[in-house]
Design a protein around this ligand. Structure first.
Ligand code: CA
Length: 218
């Protein structure tokens, strides 16, 4: 499941996109103008953004620059005939574009392919000599299977999906254990990290940021 930001000021199109994305198994957040979108981008992390170009307050090009600086892939939604917009969007680094009106199936397929290219689709995650087959939850290091517990696997997926980023201890714990972080009982996370390090030979790759969290180096 990927988290997708949908920015479109036309309500009917916005809802159609949201339905299509949810049916494809993604979680969605929508914004109806550029300002709202910028606030959301600031607050949360997205795997991909679907951007209309003409938007109130802040247009799609400006949002594109912002998203690119955060390495979030972008698919532009352009109106028919706006060739110049498409060219400009792609030049500026959009990953793909779709001409409105589009078929839901086409949208889903484009999103899938951009996510895959960006390494964000639920397939194989690779960092260094470790590959994780997400669907089958199988971890392979240098050609050999590494046996991991379900929690270790969840933790590794989260770290690999966010390689290069620092993940807060609270976030890791609450996402994987599904419980509120409790300062007094924080050993479970540390213990799992230790085991992952040992099993993968990743003593240095998984960095501890004292009192903050962990980061998997790319
Ligand atoms: Ca528009």
């Amino acid at each position: 499941m990927s988290s997708i930001l949908i920015v479109e000021d036309e309500r009917s199109i916005r809802e159609l996109i949201r339905m299509t994305m949810e049916q494809a198994g993604h979680s969605c957040v929508t914004a109806q103008d550029g300002r709202q979108a910028a606030d959301l981008i600031e607050q949360r992390d997205f795997d991909l953004a679907l951007l209309d170009i003409m938007l109130p307050f802040i247009d799609g090009y400006e949002l594109l620059e912002y998203l690119k600086s955060l390495h979030i892939p972008v698919i532009f939604l352009t109106a028919r005939g706006e060739l110049a917009d498409r060219v400009r969007g792609l030049r500026m680094g959009a990953d793909d574009y779709l001409v409105k009106p589009f078929e839901p199936e086409e949208l889903a397929a484009r999103v899938y392919s951009v996510l895959r290219r960006a390494g964000k689709a639920a397939e194989n995650l690779t960092v260094g000599d470790v590959t994780l087959d997400v669907e089958n939850r199988r971890c392979i290091k240098s050609g050999k299977t590494v046996s991991l517990t379900p929690r270790e696997t969840d933790l590794l997926i989260l770290l690999m999906q966010n390689a290069g980023k620092t993940l807060y201890r609270e976030y890791l714990y609450e996402t994987i254990w599904g419980q509120m972080w409790d300062e007094a009982d924080n050993r479970a996370l540390d213990t799992h990290i230790q085991r992952l390090r040992r099993k993968l030979g990743w003593e240095k790759q998984i960095r501890t940021l004292y009192k903050v969290g962990y980061r998997l180096e790319k």
